[in-house]
Structures are given as structure tokens and as C-alpha cells.
Design a binder for this molecule. Structure first.
Ligand code: AMP
Ligand code: MG
Length: 285
């Protein structure tokens, strides 16, 4: 726990990891598991952890340049207003954009629909040394698709196993997969949608269709439960993030990223040249 702010009583990757039998209905979305601090003071902790993340991310990128093929994929899955965009802006955004590959997955285009559902996912996987960020993901193909019956059960049912196999292959090829299931309460979502409607600088985030999805909340809860039950694996476990407190969501996912990067045991790559000789040559130039 040496490299963890003192407000954390438990390591986030332990306390937030989904465990078999966990029920979505039991999640207290307004809680801040493992963290004793509150909103006051969180900005200061966040700033320090942003820097820690940025340092590790740059090291990953430098290693990629030096031939290390490893990468990291952050999967952000959650209902509207859960805070996916806020993680991209305030957590991942602290990193160097050179090494970040961000992709948001919306309703598939005609071209995408003509392919297997993992086609557009594979195309967006992070290159060596990069952090890929999925704002929604292949999980939509067992969430929105299941809830709206966009394809029959016989088609979406086998996808859980297929996704597990796909992610295992990914991990075996050197990509760490950090999957965050972000949960906001129905009430908090209402407040956040109301705010979007109150602020001209937030209209762009509002989509009238979001209200239809609210009506399907129980069906989504069931679909999310199935995702957690069936796709939280040893190679790519799910982390369950309570998201009513934005400051907590950021701190928690920031720590998950730091932890994942630390597990790669990165160091600055050695120079591919003779430093002293280069200094001499530079001085004479
Ligand atoms: P947003 O992330 O708020 O921009 O919304 C993107 C929308 O695209 C959401 O309503 C998703 O449910 C929808 N979406 C994402 N992936 C799929 C998919 N594979 N099939 C159908 N709809 C999808
Ligand atoms: Mg939206």
C-alpha cells in the first residue's frame, strides 16, 4: 500500500473487483468503498494521482517506442450520465495524448453492421505502448442489443463466451484489460439529465432517446448482471464502480489504471546509443 494515498483503507482493485454471487441490486451507488476521504480534499489527491498516472503512461509509451509490444485497454461501460466522459477528460486526459487511443462506440454504422460485431472493436485495439480507451464497447452487443432484442437470443447468447475468448487472446498477446462497470442510481441520473437540460454548454450531451432507456432500467440491470456474472474472468475481471459521487469515480478508476500500469513493472528503456559519445559529439557540433 506504499504508493497509495492514505485515505484508501483498501486497495481499489481488491475492494472493487466483482466477485461471483455479487448482485447489482446491492450496490450502493452513492458509496465510496475503501476511501475514507470526502469531496473536500479529493481534488488535491486527484491532482497528485493524475501526475502519477501520467508518469507511468509516458513510461509505457517510451517502452512501446523501444520495442515493448504491451499495451493497456480501459473499458468504460455504464448507463448514460454514469461518468464515462468525465473519466476520459479528468483521468485519462492527464496523460500524453500521443499514447492514448480513444474510441467511443455508438449505434453501429451500416458498414459496421455488415461485419461481425467484434470487427470495429479489433480495429480500435491499442497499439504497442498505448492506452486504449473504450467509451462503451463490445459489451453493448450483449446490453442494448439484448434489452432491445436487436437480434434474437440465439445470436446474443453465445456472445458472452465469445467475448471471454476474445479477451483472453488479447491478454495473452500482451494487453492488460481493465473493465469498469459504472453504476449510477436512477435518481442521480435524473439529476444529471436535468442539469444537461439546464445548461446550454451541456445540451450536446443530451439525447432525447436517453429517457426511453430510463424506462428500461430493470431490463438493463438484468443485462448488466449477466455481463458481470458471465464475463468477469481471471484474465479480465470486472471492477464495479459506484458513480453517484463523481470525485470518487475519478479517484477509483485512476487508481485502477495506476495499479494496472505498475503490474507491468515498467522502467525507462535504456538508450539505444552511447550517451557519453553523443554528448561529446553534440558539444563539438
Ligand atoms: P452515447 O455513448 O451517449 O453517445 O450513446 C451511444 C449510443 O449508441 C447508446 O445509446 C448505445 O446504447 C448505442 N450503441 C452502442 N453500441 C451499440 C450497438 N452495438 N448496437 C446498438 N446500439 C449501440
Ligand atoms: Mg448519451
Amino acid at each position: 500500500m506504499a504508493d497509495l494515498p492514505s485515505q484508501w483503507t483498501h486497495e481499489p482493485h481488491h475492494i472493487l473487483q466483482f466477485r461471483a454471487g455479487d448482485k447489482i441490486a446491492d450496490i450502493d451507488t452513492d458509496s465510496s468503498p475503501g476511501y475514507t476521504g470526502d469531496k473536500d480534499g479529493s481534488a488535491e489527491v486527484q491532482a497528485e494521482r493524475n501526475e502519477r498516472f501520467a508518469g507511468l503512461q509516458e513510461m509505457l509509451y517510451a517502452n512501446g517506442k523501444a520495442g515493448d509490444s504491451r499495451s493497456l485497454l480501459l473499458v468504460l461501460q455504464g448507463m448514460d450520465t454514469a461518468g464515462k466522459g468525465s473519466i476520459v477528460k479528468h483521468v485519462v486526459g492527464a496523460g500524453n495524448p500521443q499514447g492514448i487511443q480513444y474510441t467511443s462506440f455508438g449505434v453501429p454504422t451500416e458498414e459496421e453492421r455488415a461485419h461481425h460485431y467484434l470487427w470495429r472493436i479489433r480495429k480500435a485495439l491499442p497499439a504497442a505502448g498505448h492506452i486504449g480507451v473504450f467509451d462503451r464497447s463490445h459489451y453493448e452487443d450483449v446490453l442494448v442489443v439484448r434489452v432491445h432484442e436487436l437480434v434474437p437470443r440465439e445470436v446474443w447468447e453465445p456472445r458472452y463466451d465469445e467475448i471471454n475468448a476474445f479477451e483472453e487472446e488479447l491478454v495473452d498477446s500482451g494487453t492488460i484489460v481493465v473493465k469498469c462497470a459504472m453504476f449510477v442510481s436512477l435518481d442521480e441520473q435524473k439529476r444529471r439529465l436535468a442539469e444537461r437540460l439546464d445548461r446550454p454548454d451541456r445540451y450536446w450531451k443530451y439525447n432525447p432517446g436517453d429517457l426511453d432507456e430510463r424506462k428500461l432500467w430493470p431490463a438493463y440491470q438484468e443485462a448488466y448482471q449477466a455481463v458481470l456474472d458471465r464475463t468477469s474472468t481471471d484474465h479480465a475481471p470486472w471492477f464495479v464502480i459506484p458513480c453517484d459521487k463523481k470525485w470518487y469515480t475519478r479517484l477509483a478508476i485512476n487508481e485502477l489504471l495506476i495499479e494496472a500500469l505498475k503490474s507491468m513493472k515498467l522502467a525507462w528503456p535504456p538508450p539505444g546509443f552511447d550517451v557519453e559519445a553523443e554528448k561529446k559529439k553534440l558539444a563539438q557540433s
